[in-house]
Design a protein around this ligand. Sequence first.
Ligand SMILES: Nc1ncnc2c1ncn2[C@@H]1O[C@H](COP(=O)(O)OP(=O)(O)OP(=O)(O)O)[C@@H](O)[C@H]1O
Length: 812
Amino acid sequence: MRNLILKLLLLLHVIFDVTITLIALGFYSPGWHFNLDSIFSTFNFSRYSYWTSPLDYVALSLLRQVSLLIAIIIVRRGKSEKLKKWMLIYDILGIIGYMIAVLKLLIFDETPENMKYPGVYMNTGSSIFLTFSLPFVIRKTLLNKKNGDVEYERLNENQENSTNVENGTTSNGTSNGTSNETATSTSTPSTSSSSESTENKKDEEEDDAVTKEEKEKRLPLSKHLWQIVKLCGKQWKWFTAAYSLLLIDCILNLIEPALYSQMMSTAIQMKSFDILKKACLVLAIVQFSEATCNTVRYICMQYAERLTARNIRIGLFKSILHQDISFFDENKTGQLMSRITHDSESISNSLPVYIETTTNNLFMLFGSAPIMFYYSWQLSISTFITFPITLLMTKYYGLFVEKLSEKENDATAVSNETVEEVLSAIRTVRSFAAEKMEHSRYTRNTDAWFKISIKSVIVGTFYNYFWATMWNIEDVVIYLYGGYLTLNGRMAPEALLTYVFYHWRLHAALNAFSSLFSDVMKTIGSSRKVIHIMNRHPELDYEVGTETPEVVGNIIFEDVEFAYPTRKTAKVLNGISLSIEPGKTIALVGPSGNGKSTLVSLIQQFYAPQSGQILLDGTPVQNIDHHHYHTKIALVAQEPTLFSGTIRENILYGIEDGTDEDMMRVSEMANVHEFVSKMEKGYDTKCGEKGVQMSGGQKQRIAIARALIRNPRVLILDEATSALDADSESMVQEALNRCARERTVVVIAHRLSTVRSADRIAVIEKGNVTEMGNHEELMKNESGLYYKLVSKQLGLDVKKEEKEEKPIVDFF
Ligand SMILES: Nc1ncnc2c1ncn2[C@@H]1O[C@H](COP(=O)(O)OP(=O)(O)OP(=O)(O)O)[C@@H](O)[C@H]1O
């Protein structure tokens, strides 16, 4: 049905085009009298004259039909992709058609008699309309895509192709001649550069995780713009105030020239000083009102802008905080920081200003244009003759700028990410003497940004140059044609002067539009990811759970299958079933990389299983209220992260109504008080960024206290002591011993001696529980993995025990 309507539209366009062009030929006589002979006489080629014959309109119509026919043939041959690429030619044809039609009208105007023929207006109007509508009709009917997408695809393709060419590869990935030459002549550098480029490519693929997902869910331009407007629209009261004042300013601006020139010429003609004084008084009042309007408008605007920036930042941060953990596996901290600080600000800083500039300049445009037409319609249409070229150029430039700006922001985000990563791991960098390597990594990333931004500067400069050239041509046309009209007595000299005056204003308005459009596209580019993240609904929404059951601490895994979202094909858990009894200690052991920590991550609800379910006391964990759940289940990780606040703040983290008594109680239990009491500032001692001012053992004990303050029913210890020396280990284990009583404890440990006395031991192998029982039971199975692991380790441990003459610390 839709197809039929589209075909009908195409047919209607052709019928309308041919009919109106031919019928108009019948009206080439004064008044509305249709004359069939007039049509036939037009086709008398021997009498053709460019000054009087409407045959050019027929030629234009023919050109349209032929180009439409070519488009149909191309599509019928199944090459619509090619047609998409050639649409620029149709756009250019449209512009040429417009220019010919306008020129023809001006030429007809040279013989005043011609201007009495309605056919002239019919032909000019229909030619302009039909040549412009042709590309639109082709896009809508023959190419089953929206305008924007077609151009996006073409630009993407062009850019990808150009990137491939730059990289020395063709689109199918093979090396082109130049790179082959390099490869043969200097094999080592080329190998390293190719491996570097492969690495870079891999990096880019990883870095662009948001980009890939975002591309899939990319909003159409109009919807995206609407989202930005909605973000800014929350401050509509301030913006309305600002725009109302702007409107007053615009009106004053528009009437100013006409008013002054009127008053001044009256004063000069009447030689009256009184009128001159009045004119100056009016001028002073108007200018004072303008200045006041502008000041108040500025305040309103700035307030609204900053409020918008605040809201976008907070909204974006909130949205990031709500994302599932897999989102953070895919997106790097530095890049997200860049979105919050840089990209979000570009929305609030620019859009309101764009609206302001648009209003101002639209007003000037629609205000000045009728006045210009009033003074001379001939001069006006000759002024606007190059307008469509500028529009077309602006459209393509805008699309290019959007793409480029998105890339520029990505590049900025990547180099920010490097800074963040290096600074947060500066000790590792120093101890591996990797300063030079990191310096060159940052240089490489910054160079990538530099290349893109230089590209944008070069293209922008050419675009501005193009605009300036267009305007210079227009200026010459106005002076030449305007002078010609004045010399012929068809325009008064004052009218020409006033016209030129308004033309400058129009020039300024259109000039502002030219940079405005590219700026808007830049903002759209940088806002893409911000909007994407703000709209992103986490796959695992922690806010959906509402139940707050009493928790005893029985955890059951029912046939749980799981693969990490970043590696969907690599299953880590293969239908695991496991019951962790309340109040008991279960140890998870097994070879490295077999899924122990993954099990803990699932208990923590960092990820959701692909199938099966996890129950806490019979309730599916995802149904339990997030806050309630995490007061009942607490984790002490292998490398606990402390925040940069004081020890007090770290222990009471996330507990809004925590008291000093609570803190002291858990500090005693976790052996924190023992070292804090020796510190000068006690619990007010700062921990440093990520707890850098604390020792490993102190960090662990603060982390245990932080877990215990929630009085959890389930305590998860993920290799909580593996990184510690013997002294710290005994302190931490003593603390853990105390806390483990009457709680369900899930412990992961590689040192089998530490799990020997757990109530149950689950051997996790290739994402499954392969053995289950206590130490003695499992040791009976000599062919089992546990037996092998223990014997292997006991061999070492026995020797150690013999040497030290005491068993190694066993905290259960
Ligand atoms: N965030 C992640 N994204 C993708 N894959 C991951 C992620 N974390 C772990 N993996 C992969 O999942 C598998 C299981 O890892 P897991 O950390 O659960 O093993 P583990 O048994 O705890 O090992 P270890 O004893 O060495 O800590 C590994 O192959 C690992 O590479």
